[in-house]
Design a binder for this molecule. Structure first.
Ligand SMILES: *[C@@H]1O[C@H](CO)[C@@H](O)[C@H](O)[C@H]1NC(C)=O
Ligand SMILES: *[C@@H]1O[C@H](CO)[C@@H](O)[C@H](O)[C@H]1NC(C)=O
Ligand SMILES: *[C@@H]1O[C@H](CO)[C@@H](O)[C@H](O)[C@H]1NC(C)=O
Ligand SMILES: *[C@@H]1O[C@H](CO)[C@@H](O)[C@H](O)[C@H]1NC(C)=O
Ligand SMILES: *[C@@H]1O[C@H](CO)[C@@H](O)[C@H](O)[C@H]1NC(C)=O
Ligand SMILES: *[C@@H]1O[C@H](CO)[C@@H](O)[C@H](O)[C@H]1NC(C)=O
Ligand SMILES: *[C@@H]1O[C@H](CO)[C@@H](O)[C@H](O)[C@H]1NC(C)=O
Ligand SMILES: *[C@@H]1O[C@H](CO)[C@@H](O)[C@H](O)[C@H]1NC(C)=O
Ligand SMILES: *[C@@H]1O[C@H](CO)[C@@H](O)[C@H](O)[C@H]1NC(C)=O
Ligand SMILES: *[C@@H]1O[C@H](CO)[C@@H](O)[C@H](O)[C@H]1NC(C)=O
Ligand SMILES: *[C@@H]1O[C@H](CO)[C@@H](O)[C@H](O)[C@H]1NC(C)=O
Length: 803
C-alpha cells in the first residue's frame, strides 16, 4: 500500500555502486547496524520509537505534521505535541493510534497552572536538532523547553524518563519555577476520539482514563484504557483541563461526542514539587480491557520504575530475536550492513501481540493485531518471520484462524481490534498456505484453517470491503470478475479493480489447492487448481501498449512493442480497454487506490499485474511468447519507469527471471533497487514501509533466497554478503549460504555453479527443508552469466508442469 499523494521517483540505477569501508567482524554489535530513523521522512511513516519485538506498547514523541505523523515521530523539524504509548509503523491511510499522549512542562509561567500550555496547538514545541536518538528498545529527544525525554517499554507499558533543567525559561527568557506539570490528553494522532473519560488521584497523582477511537484504515471503533503513575518528586497539585483552561477541581471529567472536529481538548494533570535529582519517571500501562488491567499491566511489568533495567530487557529481547542470523560481512560497506539489519528490525515491529487484551471474544488462542495490511505483508513479512521466528509466525497463524472462528472471516487487514479494508484478494489465504507448507504446525488447527480459506473462496460476505471476496457468483460461473459485474449479494465493496482482483483471487485459489492437496482433499485440490487458471480469462492476446515516451516527446507515446495484456472484460464476454500503463508511474500513478473511479487495477498497472501468475509462470511465459520475449518484457517493466518498487506487488517480479532460466538477471535486478531505492537516509525507502514490508524485501533480497509467497519455493540469488547463516528455532539446525569468489563491488554477481552439502545443485531454487534441516549451499560466483540454473529441469515448479 502507499499513501495518497504523488512521490518523486528517482531513475533506476542499473547497477549498484557500492562504496564504503569494510568492517571487521570482531566486536560485532548488531545495534550498531540498526538505524530506526530510516524511513522517518518523505512518507516512509516508520515508527522509530521504543518497542519490543511485536510488542503492544510502542512509545515515541508525536509530531504535528499531518503528512508525516503516521508513525508518531518523523525526522525534520515539525513540532512535538506529546508522547504516546501505542503506534503502528509504516502505514498509509490516516495516522494510527497515538492515544493518551502526555506532555511535560518544567513549570508554569508565574507559577499559575492556568498559564501552562494545554492544547496540542499551544504546547507544540520544537525538538532540539540532533538530539533524537534511537536504538531497539530506546528513543530519546530533547525539547526546546529544556526537557530531555527518554523512553523504553515492556510489552504493555511505556516507561519515560524526563530530565528537567533548573534554569528552564519561557520563550521570553523569563525563568520558570522548578515545579513540573505533566498533562495527559484524551486524544490520539488522527483526532478520532468519540468519547473519553479521565481522572486523577490527588494523593498519588495517578492519572487513569479511557476513550473510544476510530481505526485508521478500517471500520468501527475501539475502546482503550490507560493508567499513568509517576516517580521522582512529591505531588504538589492535581486537576483537569478543558480547552486551554485548567483547574484543581474537579478531579475527573468526561468528554462525549459533541460533533467538534478535532474533538474538544480535554485531560488531566499532575503537578510536582521540584524533583530530587531533576528527573521524573512516568509509567504508562495500556489495555484494551479496562483501566484496572492497564494498571495491573504496568505494576506487573515495571514494578520498580527502574528505567535501565526495563531498557536492558528490551535490548536483550531484540538481541535474542536478531541472533538467529549470523552474517559474515567482510568487505561489505557499513551502509549496506545498516540497510540490511534495519530492514530485519523493521519487519519485527508488527503484527502486535495483543494476547490477553482482546475484549471481543473469550479464547485461549493467541491474539495478534495490526495486520496492516496482509495484502502487503503476505508477500514477504510473513515468509521472513517463518524463517527468523517460526514460533511467532505460528502464534500469528493461530490468531488469524481464531479471528476467522469469531468474526466469520479471515482479515485482509486489521488494526486496533477493527476490520481493515481489503485491497484485492483474500490474501490471508497466501499466509496460511505459506505457513502450512513450511512446518508451522505447533498447536495450529489446520482443519479450521482450511475451512477459513474455503470460506473466502465460496461464501461472499455482504461487506467484502473488509473481508472475503466480492463477485463470487461471477467468479464461479464466468471465471473472472466482470468489470461491469452484477453482484447484488455483496453491496459493501467498491466495484473497481476487476483485473487485479481476478489475478489475486486466482492465486488465492491456488494456495487453497495446495492446502487441499496436503490435507488429502483431492477433489477440492482439483477444483481450486482449475480456478487458479482464471487469470487467463482477462488476458487479451492482441492488446498493444503504447508507453509515454516523455523523454523525447513529452506528449507522445511510443509502441512498447509488447503485445498481450490483462484487460477489462464485461459480463457479456467482450473486452473493454484500460491503457496497460494506466496506474503506473508513467500514467495516472496516484489514481488507483480504494477510490470509486474506474480503474481495473489497484496501485499498479496492467503491465505489472500481467506478471502476477506465481502459480503458473510456465504458462504465462508461453502465453507471452516464450522465454526470450518474456525476459525482454520483464526487463522493460523494470527499466522503463513502469514499475515502482515502493508497492509490494513489485517484489516478486524482481526475481521472476528465474522462471525463464535467467537467474542471473534476478540478481542484477535486485542490485538495481538496493541500495539505490533503499538506503540509510531518513528518506531511505520507497513508498510507505507498510509495517516493515519494505524492510522484509530488503532482508530477503540481501539474504539471497527469495521466498515465493504461498509456495515452498525459494529462488536462489547470491547473498549480498560473503556468507549468511540462519539457525532455525524449531529444529536448532543451521543453514548457511556461502559465496565463493564474493566481491563487495558486486561484479561477481552471477552463479557459475552451486553445491548443496557438497553435492552439485543445479536447480535455481530450493525448498524449506534447507532451512529446517540445515546444511550449506555454496555458490561459486563469476563476472558473467553462466549456464547454471538455466535449463528446463532447473526451473521452479509451475502448476501446469505436473504440480
Ligand atoms: C533543524 O533541522 C531542520 C532540518 O531537519 C532545519 O530545517 C532547521 O532549520 C534546524 N533548526 C535549527 C534551529 O537549526
Ligand atoms: C518551543 O517551540 C515552540 C514551537 O516552535 C515555540 O512556540 C516555543 O516558544 C518554544 N519554547 C521555547 C521555550 O523556546
Ligand atoms: C513480552 O511478551 C512475550 C510474548 O508473550 C514474551 O515472550 C516476552 O518475554 C515478553 N517480554 C518481556 C520483556 O516481558
Ligand atoms: C543554566 O543557565 C546557565 C546560564 O544562564 C548556563 O550556563 C547553564 O549551562 C544552564 N544549565 C543548564 C543545565 O542548562
Ligand atoms: C458515547 O457516549 C454516549 C453517551 O454516553 C453514548 O450514547 C454513545 O453510544 C457513545 N459512543 C460510542 C461510539 O461509544
Ligand atoms: C470509561 O470510564 C468511565 C468512568 O469510569 C466509565 O463510566 C465508562 O463506561 C468507561 N468507558 C469505556 C468505554 O470503558
Ligand atoms: C505523457 O507524459 C506527460 C508528462 O508527464 C503528460 O503530460 C502527457 O499527458 C502524457 N501523455 C500521454 C499520452 O500519456
Ligand atoms: C458488452 O457489454 C459492454 C459493457 O456493457 C458493452 O459496451 C458492449 O457493447 C457489449 N458488447 C456486446 C457484443 O454486447
Ligand atoms: C535513497 O532512497 C530514496 C528512497 O528510495 C531515494 O529517493 C534516494 O535517491 C536514495 N538516495 C541515494 C543516495 O541513493
Ligand atoms: C517442525 O516443527 C516442529 C516444532 O514445531 C519440530 O519439532 C519439527 O522438528 C519440525 N519438523 C521438521 C521436519 O523439521
Ligand atoms: C565475460 O563477458 C565479456 C563480455 O560479455 C567477455 O569479454 C569476457 O571474456 C567474459 N569473461 C569470461 C571469463 O568469460
Amino acid at each position: 500500500m502507499r499513501s495518497f499523494g504523488s512521490k518523486s521517483l528517482s531513475v533506476l540505477a542499473l547497477a549498484a555502486q557500492v562504496t564504503g569501508l569494510g568492517v571487521e567482524k570482531r566486536g560485532f554489535d548488531v545495534f550498531q547496524y540498526v538505524d530506526p530513523f530510516i524511513g522517518t521522512s518523505n512518507g516512509g511513516h516508520v515508527f522509530p520509537g521504543a518497542t519490543l519485538p511485536f510488542g503492544m506498547a510502542k512509545a515515541v514523541a508525536d509530531i504535528d505534521d499531518p503528512n508525516e505523523k503516521q508513525g508518531g515521530f518523523a525526522s525534520g523539524d515539525s513540532d512535538i505535541t506529546g508522547f504516546s504509548h501505542m503506534h503502528d509503523s509504516g502505514t498509509g491511510g490516516s495516522p494510527s493510534l497515538g492515544n493518551f499522549p502526555f506532555f511535560p512542562q518544567s513549570g508554569c509561567p508565574e507559577d499559575l497552572v492556568d498559564n501552562c500550555f494545554f492544547t496540542k496547538t499551544d504546547r507544540a514545541s520544537k525538538r532540539i536538532n540532533g538530539t533524537a536518538e534511537a536504538h531497539p528498545g530506546y528513543f530519546a529527544v530533547s525539547l526546546n523547553t529544556s526537557i530531555h525525554t527518554e523512553m523504553t517499554v515492556s510489552n504493555h507499558t511505556a516507561l519515560y524518563r524526563l530530565t528537567f533543567s533548573k534554569n528552564a525559561t519561557t520563550a521570553q527568557n523569563t525563568p520558570l519555577p522548578s515545579s513540573p506539570l505533566i498533562l495527559f490528553d484524551l486524544t490520539d494522532l488522527p483526532d478520532s476520539r468519540i468519547n473519553g473519560s479521565i481522572a486523577v488521584d490527588e494523593k498519588t497523582g495517578r492519572i487513569t482514563g479511557n476513550g473510544t477511537f476510530s481505526p485508521s484504515f478500517g471500520l468501527g471503533t475501539y475502546d482503550l484504557h490507560f493508567c499513568a503513575d509517576f516517580s521522582g518528586a512529591a505531588i504538589r497539585d492535581t486537576g483537569v483541563f478543558m480547552n486551554n483552561r485548567a483547574g484543581s477541581q474537579p478531579k475527573s471529567l468526561r468528554a462525549v461526542q459533541n460533533g467538534n472536529s478535532p474533538p474538544t481538548p480535554a485531560g488531566a494533570w499532575t503537578q510536582f514539587k521540584e524533583p530530587a535529582n531533576d528527573q521524573l519517571l512516568v509509567r504508562v500501562g495500556v489495555s484494551f480491557i479496562s483501566v484496572e488491567k492497564a494498571c495491573n499491566n504496568a505494576q506487573t511489568e515495571i514494578p520498580e520504575f527502574d528505567f535501565d533495567k526495563v531498557l536492558q530487557s528490551a535490548e536483550d529481547a531484540w538481541r535474542d530475536k536478531l541472533s538467529v542470523l549470523e552474517i559474515d560481512a567482510t568487505g561489505v560497506s557499513e551502509e549496506l550492513q545498516t540497510i540490511f539489519w534495519s530492514g530485519v528490525y523493521r519487519a519485527m515491529i508488527s503484527p502486535q501481540d495483543y494476547t490477553g487484551e482482546n475484549p471481543l471474544w473469550e479464547s485461549d488462542e493467541p491474539y495478534y493485531d495490526s495486520y496492516y495490511c496482509i495484502w502487503d505483508s503476505a508477500r514477504s513479512i510473513h515468509p521472513l518471520l517463518t524463517l527468523l521466528d517460526p514460533h511467532s509466525q505460528t502464534l500469528m497463524v493461530r490468531s488469524l484462524i481464531d479471528i476467522y472462528r469469531h468474526e466469520g472471516k479471515l482479515p485482509d487487514c486489521r488494526m486496533s481490534l477493527c476490520k481493515g479494508y481489503t485491497q484485492g484478494g483474500s490474501n490471508a489465504d497466501i499466509v496460511l498456505a505459506d505457513a502450512y507448507l513450511k512446518n508451522i504446525t505447533e498447536g495450529v488447527d489446520w482443519e479450521t484453517g482450511y475451512e477459513a480459506v474455503v470460506s473466502d473462496a465460496e461464501d461472499e460476505p455482504v461487506d467484502w470491503a473488509v473481508e472475503g471476496r466480492g463477485g463470487l457468483a461471477s467468479w464461479k460461473s464466468l471465471g473472472y470478475i466482470p468489470t461491469d459485474d452484477f453482484d447484488p449479494s455483496g453491496g459493501g465493496g467498491l466495484f473497481t479493480r476487476s483485473i487485479s482482483r481476478t489475478v489475486e483471487y486466482a492465486y488465492n485459489d491456488f494456495c487453497i489447492a495446495e492446502m487441499a492437496k496436503g490435507l488429502g482433499k483431492t477433489a477440492d485440490a482439483e477444483k481450486y487448481l482449475a480456478r487458479s487458471n482464471n487469470w487467463k480469462n482477462m488476458y487479451k492476446a492482441d492488446q498493444k501498449s503504447y508507453v509515454n515516451g516523455s523523454n523525447a516527446y513529452p506528449d507522445s507515446t511510443v509502441d512498447s512493442g509488447f503485445v498481450g495484456f490483462l484487460q477489462p472484460r464485461y459480463l457479456n464476454g467482450t473486452f473493454g480497454y484500460q491503457d496497460p500503463s494506466f496506474c503506473s508511474p508513467l500514467l495516472s500513478f496516484t489514481s488507483c487506490y480504494l477510490n470509486p473511479d474506474g480503474h481495473e487495477t489497484y496501485e499498479g498497472s496492467s503491465w505489472l499485474y500481467t506478471f502476477f501468475v506465481p502459480q503458473d509462470m510456465s504458462s504465462l511465459i508461453t502465453t507471452l511468447g516464450g522465454p526470450t520475449s518474456f525476459v525482454s518484457r520483464l526487463t522493460y517493466l523494470h527499466t522503463s519507469g513502469l514499475l515502482y518498487i515502493g508497492d509490494e506487488q513489485a517484489f516478486l517480479p524482481v526475481f521472476q527471471f528465474h522462471y525463464a532460466g535467467r537467474p542471473a538477471l534476478s540478481a542484477l535486478t535486485s542490485h538495481s533497487y538496493i541500495p539505490s531505492q533503499f538506503n540509510t537516509s531518513v528518506s531511505g525507502l520507497a513508498g510507505n514501509d507498510d509495517s516493515g514490508a519494505m524492510g522484509s524485501f530488503i532482508a530477503l533480497s540481501m539474504l539471497g533466497l527469495w521466498p515465493v509467497p504461498g509456495q515452498d519455493v525459494y529462488l536462489i540469488t547470491p547473498p549480498y554478503f560473503p556468507s549468511i547463516s540462519l539457525t532455525n528455532r524449531q529444529t536448532g539446525k543451521t543453514a548457511t549460504v556461502r559465496n565463493v569468489g564474493f566481491d563487495a563491488g558486486y561484479e561477481n554477481l552471477y552463479i557459475q555453479s552451486a553445491t548443496l552439502n557438497g553435492k552439485p545443485w543445479t536447480k535455481n531454487w530450493l525448498d524449506h527443508s534447507f532451512w529446517l534441516e540445515g546444511g550449506t549451499l555454496e555458490l561459486v560466483l563469476g563476472k558473467n552469466e553462466s549456464l547454471w540454473g538455466t535449463t528446463d529441469g532447473d526451473l521452479p515448479p509451475s502448476s501446469s508442469g505436473g504440480w
